[in-house]
Design a protein around this ligand. Structure first.
Ligand code: NAG
Ligand code: NAG
Ligand code: NAG
Ligand code: NAG
Ligand code: NAG
Ligand code: NAG
Ligand code: NAG
Ligand code: NAG
Ligand code: NAG
Ligand code: NAG
Ligand code: NAG
Ligand code: NAG
Length: 614
């Protein structure tokens, strides 16, 4: 990693030091809710704001229950694996497959990370909600049609990993049921037969005011309720997943059935590699990355520099600055990278924020695509190649793995690289601190460009990939480090253009993402001994725009959380919190938006609309 940087550091060593542990900036912002004072006596439905799948309102043509399992003391144990082998003559015609992950839990427990794999290929990365005495449940549904080549196999394995610890204090056992639901062609229905008013509304939307319908959140039946008000019907699959891959090669742990399929990355030098041999017939290839961060890097965007830690004799490991990037290599050559969306788990910053609505992405962590098509020239030589994954500046620990999606031609394919420039991120760092207070700034930028040629029976294609990304992080510590303010921006613009021999555009995709996050925490001594009072704020957005010419998809999911809590150690004793979220999704078939306002764990406002607004 190239460090083109300014290192300014003002270090004034104090003559005497009285750092109270309480107000050091070092309490990790990860907590557990005290469950003893929970007023709610019913099993509460937790949820993440997302758009309902168009299939949610239709009964599946067929479904398979894959696994029901209770995750109690599963720490350091092999994951749970089942073999699914359907009856030889039980045919089910489907065009859409949905993975359903249901979970329930009761008692006291930390949030946990979990994953689901089919034949070692990750299909869902999820985290758990923190339960309470009366019990909670939630349902995650994910369109997994892109993994069709695995699901269509005569038999396959399904693995679920969720490491949990149960003892006298932490009593929560996570009960998980996983199934696959299959639907026959939901998008062959003409749009007009479902929502004529909405089509009309879409045309008029620029003039019309919001016409929001108040809906109540009923247990379980969320899909049905929303279905009556649904404005779009298609399951959008843009390039590259407009047609599921013919073959998916896992870039995951080989002994995954024993130790779990994800790679555990401990530091920046830790490169995880997997050798793959790729069929000569591949004319399109995409690496899909799954990523989550934990331990000292759970809040990597809040980590100050090592210099600050050393200067203040701090022993915590939560340092190494606040720039992280997942880097992907082919035979050691950098081919792509991802600055992941900073998903906050349900114990993060202030756990009172995340009940019953969890943080953006917590139940369905985003995966990230790196287009390998322009690099096929490196791979199509009948030889084995190593795909490497590491985390720039990473510290312990990250859980990563990837799926290599391959689309196959009928005959052999020839490919070569015309031009390739994927540089390391140019980073500038600035540290300015006096004792525990100061400011840390990191700025990074990268412009990549790759052009590859692929000759197949589909024609002679040129694939041109360009990407620009900008990263900025600023951390401020005030009042002996008891006040922390984090402001991070990340922007990426990716263009993929496929043209044929006569320079005609065959396919194009433009992706723009923005992941800004602002966090502030202010810790003061509490009224009771050994307690502290924390004021917490989170403002975050996930904004993603995919433009594939005729196909289009846009997501803007925001959260604004403010709250107070009384904390003792890692336990939240009491507090008050508000979480306002807005979710806006639209594609060329319609719009969906939902706004939720949660105060002290109760949903006080929940409006859904299928009217398109600008
Ligand atoms: C899981 O439990 C459901 C009942 O909730 C049952 O119908 C299903 O057969 C079970 N699946 C497995 C794999 O045991
Ligand atoms: C196939 O299915 C039919 C009816 O669904 C059943 O009668 C028959 O025994 C099955 N054949 C096999 C080989 O399982
Ligand atoms: C899971 O299946 C079991 C039956 O095996 C059922 O009792 C339980 O309610 C199901 N849990 C969820 C969360 O659906
Ligand atoms: C799974 O299918 C393969 C062939 O595709 C077969 O060799 C194997 O025995 C099957 N395993 C089970 C458990 O059915
Ligand atoms: C850090 O520790 C060293 C050696 O114990 C000591 O000389 C120095 O004053 C300490 N600095 C701070 C800021 O605590
Ligand atoms: C790879 O092997 C196939 C036959 O299996 C052959 O037709 C092709 O030319 C080989 N490609 C290269 C680049 O060696
Ligand atoms: C390139 O694509 C255009 C539009 O699809 C098509 O008309 C033309 O024949 C193609 N040219 C070649 C050489 O394949
Ligand atoms: C506060 O913490 C100190 C040190 O851990 C301990 O000795 C003391 O008993 C605690 N006081 C209360 C009220 O918990
Ligand atoms: C976030 O919420 C707080 C409290 O409700 C409000 O004062 C503030 O204006 C909101 N910020 C944004 C960006 O909506
Ligand atoms: C318990 O809940 C009540 C009502 O929600 C609240 O007034 C009280 O402050 C809470 N007590 C503690 C210790 O959190
Ligand atoms: C209790 O749970 C129900 C059902 O989830 C919810 O409607 C209600 O708002 C909750 N009340 C409080 C005080 O949390
Ligand atoms: C929902 O709509 C009502 C009526 O328009 C409005 O008063 C309320 O603030 C809205 N709530 C949210 C969370 O948007």
């Amino acid at each position: 990693m190239k460090l083109a940087g300014i290192f300014t550091a003002i270090i004034i060593l104090p003559l005497f030091i009285t750092i109270t542990v309480q107000s050091s900036p070092y309490t990790p912002p990860h907590f557990i809710k005290s469950t003893t004072n929970h007023s709610n006596t019913t099993t509460q439905h937790f949820f993440e704001l997302t758009h309902p799948l168009p299939t949610d309102t239709t009964p599946p043509s067929c479904s398979v229950s894959l696994l029901n399992h209770s995750f109690a003391n599963t720490y350091n144990k092999p994951p749970v694996t089942v073999i699914h082998s359907p009856e030889p003559n039980s045919t089910c015609h489907w065009s859409v497959a949905v993975l359903e992950f249901r979970a329930e839990c009761k008692g006291e427990q930390y949030d946990r990370i979990a994953g689901v794999w089919i034949d070692g290929v990750e299909v869902l990365r999820t985290s758990t909600a923190q339960p309470n005495e009366n019990g909670i449940f939630w349902i995650v549904r994910k369109d997994v049609t892109r993994y069709a080549s695995l699901i269509l196999k005569p038999n396959f394995t399904v693995t679920v990993m969720l490491e949990n610890l149960v003892n006298d204090e932490f009593t929560g056992v996570y009960h998980v049921n996983v199934s696959l639901l299959f639907y026959a062609k939901p998008d062959t229905l003409p749009l007009s037969s479902i929502v004529p008013e909405d089509l009309q509304a879409r045309k008029l939307n620029r003039l019309n005011r919001l016409n929001r319908k108040l809906i109540s959140v009923k247990h379980d039946e969320i899909g049905d309720e929303l279905g009556q008000n649904r404005g779009f019907r298609s399951l959008k699959s843009l390039y590259p997943y407009d047609k599921p891959a013919d073959l998916i090669v896992p870039v995951s742990v080989s002994g995954g059935f024993k130790e779990g399929f994800w790679f555990r990355i401990e530091d920046e030098h830790d490169v995880k590699m997997k050798n793959v041999e790729i069929s000569n017939k591949a004319y399109k290839a995409v690496l899909e990355l799954y990523v989550s961060f934990h331990g000292n890097d759970e809040f990597w965007y809040m980590n100050p520099s090592d210099l600050y830690m050393e200067s203040n004799n701090l022993t915590t490991g939560r340092g190494h600055g606040a720039y992280r990037e997942v880097l992907v290599t082919i035979d050691g050559k950098l081919v792509g990278s991802v600055v992941p969306f900073p998903v906050i788990f349900t114990g993060g910053i202030n756990p009172l924020f995340w009940e019953p609505v969890v943080s953006i992405g917590a139940f369905n962590l985003p995966s990230y695509d790196i287009d390998f098509t322009p690099f096929l020239g490196l791979l199509l030589d009948n030889k084995s190649h190593s795909i490497g994954i590491r985390v720039a500046d990473g510290i312990s620990f990250w859980l990563v793995d990837a799926n290599l999606h391959l689309w196959l031609d009928d005959s052999n394919v020839q490919a070569w690289i015309v031009k390739s420039n994927v540089p390391s991120m140019e980073i500038e760092r600035e540290d300015e601190f006096v004792r525990l207070d100061g400011e840390f700034k990191i700025k990074g930028e990268r412009n990549s460009e790759v052009t590859g040629m692929v000759h197949s029976s589909k024609g002679n294609m040129q694939i041109r990939f360009t990407e620009t990304m900008k990263f900025k992080n600023k951390i401020k510590f005030k009042e002996e480090g008891s006040k922390k303010i984090v402001d991070q921006r990340y922007k990426r613009k990716t263009k993929i253009k496929i043209t044929n021999e006569s320079d005609q555009l065959i396919e194009s995709l433009e992706v723009k993402v923005k992941y800004p996050i602002k966090i502030s925490t202010d810790t003061k001594p509490g009224l009771d001994a050994n307690t502290s009072l924390m004021t917490t704020k989170v403002e975050q957005e996930r904004s993603e725009r995919f433009n594939g010419g005729k196909d289009y998809m846009e997501l803007r999911h925001k959260q604004n959380c403010t709250g107070l809590m009384v904390v003792k150690g890692h336990s939240v004793l009491s507090g008050s919190a508000e979480n306002q979220q807005s979710y806006n999704y639209n594609d060329d078939s319609g719009c969906y938006s939902r706004m939720v306002d949660v105060v002290d764990g109760a949903v006080v406002g929940d409006n859904t609309s299928s009217i398109c607004v600008d």
